[in-house]
Ligand binder design. Structure first.
Ligand code: MN
Length: 232
C-alpha cells in the first residue's frame, strides 16, 4: 500500500530502562480530580462522576523539551499529573481488574491555555482550544508497573524556577486510577497505546517565556521543561 502523502510519524514515549518506546494512540485526561484543585477552579469538589477530555496524540512531547509559549493566550498554566499507560485494551473493565491493563506510569504536565479554557467553560463550549493545542502534553519516560507495581500514594509536586507551586499526594485523587480506567472503558474501548492524564492537584498557575519547570512523583520519576519564546 502507498499513501498519497507521507503518513504522520507514530508518536511515542520513552520507557525507562528500555530501548523500545511506548506508541501513543489516544490521550485521555480527567478534569478536577483533586478536591483542592476543584475548589481553586471555583467548583464543588464533591464526588460527582468524573469527566474527561482528550488531547491529540501528537500533543505529547518528551520531557526535557523547550516548549514555545503558545499562541492566543495570556494565561498559560502548568498542571502536574500522574499519567497511566495502557498496554491491554478492553471495554467495561472492572475496578478490581483495572491494574492488569496498565503497562506503567509516568509524570506528565497538562499544559493549559487557562483563559481560553475558562471562556469556553463559561460559554458552555468545548474545552478543546484551551487544552488540546500543540505540545500541550509533555510526558517523562514511562516506568513499568512490572518494576514499581501500582502506586496509590506518593508526593506529586511541580516547581517553577525552583519555587514549589504544586505539592500534594496521589493518594488524594478523588477517582483512583482503577476507577478512572473503569469509567473510561464503560464509555469507549480502551486500547494499547492509550495514555490517561489523571488530573492535577491545587496550585496551578501561569508560565512565561524563560521559565524552567520541574516536577515529579515519588517512585515514578521527574520531568523538566523550559518555556521558549512565542513562535507568533
Ligand atoms: Mn489537567
Amino acid at each position: 500500500m502507498t499513501f498519497i502523502i507521507d503518513p504522520p510519524p507514530q508518536v511515542s514515549v520513552a520507557v525507562r530502562g528500555s530501548d523500545s518506546r511506548f506508541p501513543v494512540r489516544r490521550v485521555y485526561c480527567v478534569g478536577r480530580n483533586y478536591e483542592a484543585h476543584a475548589r481553586e477552579m471555583g467548583k464543588d469538589p464533591t464526588r460527582e462522576p468524573p469527566f474527561m477530555f482528550q488531547k491529540p496524540a501528537d500533543a505529547v512531547i518528551e520531557g526535557g523539551s523547550v516548549i514555545a509559549y503558545p499562541p492566543q493566550t495570556g494565561n498559560f498554566h502548568h498542571e502536574i499529573e500522574l499519567v497511566v499507560a495502557i498496554a491491554r485494551g478492553g471495554r467495561n473493565i472492572g475496578v478490581d481488574r483495572a491494574n492488569e491493563h496498565v503497562f506503567g506510569y509516568a509524570v506528565g504536565i497538562d499544559l493549559t491555555r487557562r483563559d481560553l479554557q475558562l471562556a469556553a467553560r463559561d460559554a458552555g463550549r468545548p474545552w478543546e482550544w484551551g487544552k488540546a493545542f500543540d505540545h500541550s502534553a509533555p510526558c517523562a519516560p514511562i516506568v513499568r508497573a512490572a518494576e514499581i507495581g501500582h502506586p496509590s500514594k506518593g508526593r506529586i509536586w511541580l516547581s517553577v524556577n525552583g519555587s514549589v507551586k504544586q505539592d500534594a499526594d496521589i493518594s488524594q485523587l478523588i477517582w483512583s486510577v482503577p476507577e478512572v480506567i473503569a469509567f473510561v472503558s464503560a464509555s469507549m474501548a480502551l486500547a494499547p497505546g492509550d495514555l490517561i492524564f489523571t488530573g492535577t492537584p491545587a496550585g496551578v498557575g501561569p508560565l512565561v517565556t524563560g521559565d524552567a519547570v520541574t516536577g515529579g512523583i515519588d517512585g515514578i520519576g521527574e520531568i523538566g521543561i523550559r518555556i521558549g519564546p512565542s513562535q507568533g
